[in-house]
Design a binder for this molecule. Structure first.
Ligand SMILES: [Zn+2]
Length: 219
């Protein structure tokens, strides 16, 4: 398992997560795609740790209280300040083991994908450099741990569901993200991932819903 250069990921205990309704399901296999989201929240200028932790708590509250999910839907969260945090319970341990925690972040495709929520609304506004650097670092880490080819593995939420997420501005940068991640991985072995398993029959709690329903398809 290649885990060098793993970014610093703040744990759920650090952002003071609530307990999940039940433990997350863990698949003893790697995801085949990394889903890039935006949170469709304000483009805050607060880059502090306190703000990042508050964001994680707010997302968890919405996902559990409004969406009635077991826990935070996404596996990882990145603030506009570039602070990386664990999302759904068991995610960090699963990633380090090469396994997948089944999230609730992309309708019909939670069984084979891992999701990253990026703070902000990127319909037109540019992605901050601090967020971009952390997103790149996280994708390098995930591609190495899971043996994924960034050229095909990194996708936007809209590639799977009828949503504007992750916003036109962030979506337009996905080709650059794939190239940047590939460049950083060039010294590591890069065997191709296995083809899609076609296992997409999940329903119920695994379903994706907008993070902020009042904002329609965003999230
Ligand atoms: Zn999304």
């Amino acid at each position: 398992m290649f885990t060098a250069e793993a970014p610093h990921v703040y744990t759920r205990a650090q952002w003071n997560a609530r307990a999940p309704k039940r433990p997350a399901k863990v698949r003893n296999r790697a995801p085949d795609h990394i889903i890039v989201h935006h949170t469709a929240t304000a483009n805050s200028n607060d880059r502090s740790l306190a703000h990042a932790f508050a964001l994680s708590r707010a997302i968890q509250n919405i996902h559990m209280r409004k969406n009635h999910w077991d826990d935070t839907g996404q596996q990882l969260t990145i603030s506009r300040g570039g602070i990386v945090m664990e999302g759904r319970n068991r995610s960090l341990r699963a990633i380090r083991a090469g396994d997948l925690v089944v999230g609730a972040q992309v309708l019909h495709h939670n069984q084979h994908t891992i999701g990253i929520e990026n703070e902000g609304t990127y319909t037109s506004r540019a992605v901050p450099g601090s967020l971009w650097r952390s997103l790149t670092e996280v994708c390098v880490w995930l591609c190495r741990v899971y043996n994924l080819d960034p050229a095909s593995a990194i996708v936007g939420h809209r590639d799977y569901n009828n949503t504007s997420c992750p916003g036109d501005a962030l979506y337009a940068r996905l080709p650059a993200l794939r190239r940047s991640v590939a460049d950083r991985m060039e010294s590591a072995p890069s065997p191709q991932p296995s083809p899609s398993t076609g296992d997409n029959g999940d329903t119920g709690d695994d379903s994706w819903l907008p993070l902020f329903p009042s904002l329609g398809n965003l999230g």
